[in-house]
Design a protein around this ligand. Sequence first.
Ligand code: C2O
Ligand code: CU
Ligand code: CU
Length: 498
Amino acid sequence: MVTRRRMIGAALATGGGVLLMRTTLRPAAPAAAAAEGHDHGSPDPAAADPGPDAGPALAPKFTTAMPVPPVLAPVSTDGGADTYAITMLRASARILPGHRTDVLTYNGSFPGPVIRARSGRPVRVRQTNLLDDPVSVHLHGARVPADSDGGPMNLIAAGRTRTYTYPNDQAHASLWFHDHAHHLESEHVYRGLAGTYLITDATEAALPLPAGQYDLPIALRDARFDQDANLVYRMDDPFNRTTILANGRPWPKVDVAARKYRLRLLNSSNLRFFSLRLADGGPLTQIGSDGGLLERPHVTDTVDLSPGERADVVVDFSRYPVGTSVALTNSMPPGPAEHVGQVLRFDVTRPAHDPSSVPARLRTLPPVAAAVRERTVVLEYQESPGAAPLGLIDGKVYDPARVDAQVAFGTSEIWTVVNANKDVPHNFHLHLVQFRVLARNGAAPSPAESGLKDTVRLLPGEGVRLQAVFDAYRGRYPYHCHLLDHSAMGMMAQMEIT
Ligand code: C2O
Ligand code: CU
Ligand code: CU
């Protein structure tokens, strides 16, 4: 275990660092976005350089309290469904102490609100776009009809409203929703268009896990700020995003009672990978991944999350005397360890009664039928002199008019997904399905990847075999690298299930 982790860390630290450094030093402009006349992410060459990330200087660590994002109340519960109304609008958020930052929001919250759903009970979300750009709202990890998937071309124009319908015809899971408008998703998500969507069911509700105020959604990401606390977005800018935000606050402190908590960790970064540990190396009991609970808890000291991935983790703070603190740390580069190596700090402020426990058996995963077809998918970040870098899947940039994979409805397939780069990390996300990881680099996956997944990390040179069952809906759905600056460069393709 330790050896394997070290190797992964080393792979990213050495290889990843070099190329990311190289690609960061060019003037960034996604070719297609430039061609379409969007200026997003393409800094005016005459504009002053915003300088290094000012976040670390403006935000002393562990002084701001971490907020818990608001749970949205439905506007209606009629007709056997919960209906929500969300307005996408610009807002000014208090992120860095004493400053205000312009952000893009769902209902004015940064990060976005939490929607709580139940399996089998549909949710409708009426989304109104008061921003200047087209948007698309994607529910990541959900089994939804194609017209409610919020794909890259399924846009809501500025000023328009549309209603998405989510059947919630799936087991409990910690999902999230975020913008997906093609070429714009990376800047939109970076500026705040991301929220949490938690589905529960009878299986999960019957377990004695920490609940209520002891069940905390925590969205982690990085960001870059200028001296005036404005968010700075430059395409493909991982080295300069050195401010770590948890629920929208820099390196916050989190008051906890001396008892067990369930932490629903989401990596909502565009590019940053996290490798999370408690500073004292204390146990993290991972109970869930992207698609809900694992079959059995997995006790570890490290939780790895690439962009878009989730992990449900139970931490027992009764190990720590009241009045003490323990930080959550990150060992993944890039960036100065004094900043990106710190995430947040738990302050154990009070004793508490704790009736919760983590059962040895959490759930039974659905069986996987025999696969009828195998495919290989190759992800590659390609640079050529004098041109903007390209994001490629099987050698091609995304073309919404092209179908890249024809899948027979009702069948199961095995996909071998390979990161062809020697020095750039990627990951892989399939819409619509929760899949199983069969192997990573030819070996059995870690228990952390033994449950249902919709996103898997692919460090330089890695390959993952996964199996999915396509029995939910017919239609066209994307698959892509979830490093959103990469998908915005074209590292996205499309399957058609018929
Ligand atoms: Cu989280 Cu296609 O996205
Ligand atoms: Cu998705
Ligand atoms: Cu990528």
